[in-house]
Design a binder for this molecule. Structure first.
Ligand code: SAH
Length: 469
């Protein structure tokens, strides 16, 4: 960044302007608008300069520029049509470490004048650092049409109440919530329709009667898809929410159960598809809660199992936003039950491990030895893409190629598909049946029981498995 934008207060400050022609006049106007006190050095002066001198806003010095004139000034502007004079002004000013702007000569500028959009007290300054002035002008025109004229009066009005608001509302979150309410209240339309007094009265009443709305976030597990697997608590909170922030895993029939007039915001989360960045989701939850809304963060399965639920709660803490966490039936439990696979069984599996097929950030591999032990069940979330790798690693670590496996696609939903086979066939089965997300991989001897225990939905053809007994 070659230029650092700063806003300077020039009220009552002495500024030296060298030049009295029309270019100098343009600069003089901007400086006088900002309250600067001008000394103008030139042989001739445009008539406006004479008026300003008569009003005491400018001192006119007729004659040549003298370097000594610089002392006592905060800024210098070289605006003559003589390059040699401008160069001399620039040199004299920089030698004295006084900021200088040389009109139309960027190399001799220690500071530049940006293009300004003025909705005082709100100001927007734009600059291309002298590279693309036409583009800057276009940008300015576009922004001018975007920013309503009442923005200035609105900022002035809330500025007037700032101290009172600070006294009445002692924490940042409450103040922010109050201002958010003001900006979407009729204060704005009153200003728009030219009724500043009524706007001020309304704002005063709002502050007097302000009861901070308590925003809250419910982090709710929606289970694997069948709406009847929702907990009572999940349903209650879904019905209370003003806004539901959900991701793609939450099934359509479950979405039908949220409060009818709740605002629905989808934040994606589908492997390979566009999704909202986690930081954006976090920021969204904070914003909505600070607006005083009851926010239901509805997540597939259980929020604390491969659900990033903790991350979404952690960001609420600094803002003192209250929250609740409602567990949901995680995909492993739900999908295995609906497929007829007991995840543990006295005879076949004394342990079950839930693992993610997604690589860790640092590309670190899981402990394949521990995952390959017999007499335990392995449930792999998000494992479709990596199935060939998972298969190879488990075999290499000693798990038998005959170990029964199941692929559970869309578990607990009407479109559920279950494929079984052996570890040696895992990737081929997925390929053969074109299995789609969401799907779970279940690996272990318990899968053999699926033949006997399957009860839900249409039974799909499956590869032959070796009976266990
Ligand atoms: N928090 C969720 C898991 C989120 S990770 C939970 O506790 O269930 C997303 C992965 O969960 C998917 O890639 C898939 O592996 C699994 N999954 C979720 N719902 C599923 C369903 N209905 N059928 C099969 N797998 C599912």
């Amino acid at each position: 960044m070659q230029y650092l934008p700063i806003f300077t207060d020039l009220t009552g400050k002495a500024v030296l302007l060298i030049g009295g022609g029309h270019v100098a006049l343009r600069k003089a106007r901007a400086l006088l608008d900002a309250g600067a006190v001008l000394t103008v050095v030139s042989h001739q002066f445009e008539t406006d300069f004479q008026h300003w001198a008569a009003q005491g806003k400018a001192v006119l010095v007729q004659g040549d520029f003298q370097p000594a004139q610089i002392s006592g000034h905060w800024l210098v502007i070289a605006a003559t049509d003589d390059d040699a004079v401008n160069a001399a002004v620039h040199q004299a000013a920089t030698a004295r470490q006084v900021w200088v702007n040389t009109v139309d000569d960027q190399d001799k500028c220690e500071f530049i004048f940006p293009s300004i959009i003025n909705r005082a007290p709100i100001q927007i300054a734009i600059s291309s650092g002298g590279t693309a002035p036409v583009l800057v002008r276009r940008l300015r025109e576009q922004l001018e049409t975007l920013l309503p004229q009442h923005l200035g009066p609105l900022a002035t009005l809330v500025g007037k109440f700032r101290k009172n608001v600070q006294q009445k509302l002692d924490n940042f979150a409450a103040r922010r919530q109050f201002y958010e309410q003001v900006f979407s209240s009729k204060v704005v339309s009153l200003l728009q329709s030219g009724q500043p007094q009524a706007a001020e009265d309304t704002l005063e009443q709002m502050l007097d009667g302000h009861q901070p709305l308590r925003g809250e976030v419910f982090v709710v597990g929606a289970g694997p898809g069948d709406p009847e697997l929702l907990t009572l608590k999940a349903l209650q909170l879904m019905q209370q929410a003003d806004v539901v922030v959900y991701d793609y895993l939450v099934s359509e029939p479950i979405m039908q159960l949220v409060r009818r007039d709740a605002e629905l915001i989808c934040v994606g989360k589908k492997a390979g598809a566009h999704s909202v960045a986690q930081e954006e989701t976090n920021a969204l939850l904070i914003r909505l809660a600070l607006e005083g809304k009851k926010v239901c963060r509805l997540k597939g399965g259980d929020p604390f199992i491969f659900g990033r639920g903790a991350e979404e709660i952690e960001v609420l803490l600094p803002h003192q936003i209250p929250f609740q966490v409602v567990p949901g039936i995680t995909a492993a439990a739900g999908c295995a039950a609906y497929a007829g696979i007991p995840l543990t069984h006295r005879d076949y599996a004394q342990a079950v491990q839930f693992v993610t097929g997604h690589c860790q950030k640092d590309g670190k591999e899981p402990d394949w030895q521990s995952l390959s032990r017999p007499n335990q069940t392995l449930v792999i979330y998000m494992g479709l893409m990596k199935s060939a790798h998972i298969q190879a690693q488990l075999l290499a670590a000693g798990r038998s190629a005959d170990t029964p496996v199941a692929i559970l696609e869309n578990g607990t939903r009407p479109e559920q598909r279950v494929f079984t086979g052996t570890l040696g066939q895992l990737a081929a089965l997925i390929e053969q049946h074109q299995v789609q997300s969401p799907a779970l991989l279940v690996i272990g001897e318990v899968v053999a029981l699926q033949k006997k225990l399957a009860w839900y939905g249409a039974q799909t053809p499956r590869a032959q498995i070796t009976p266990l007994n």
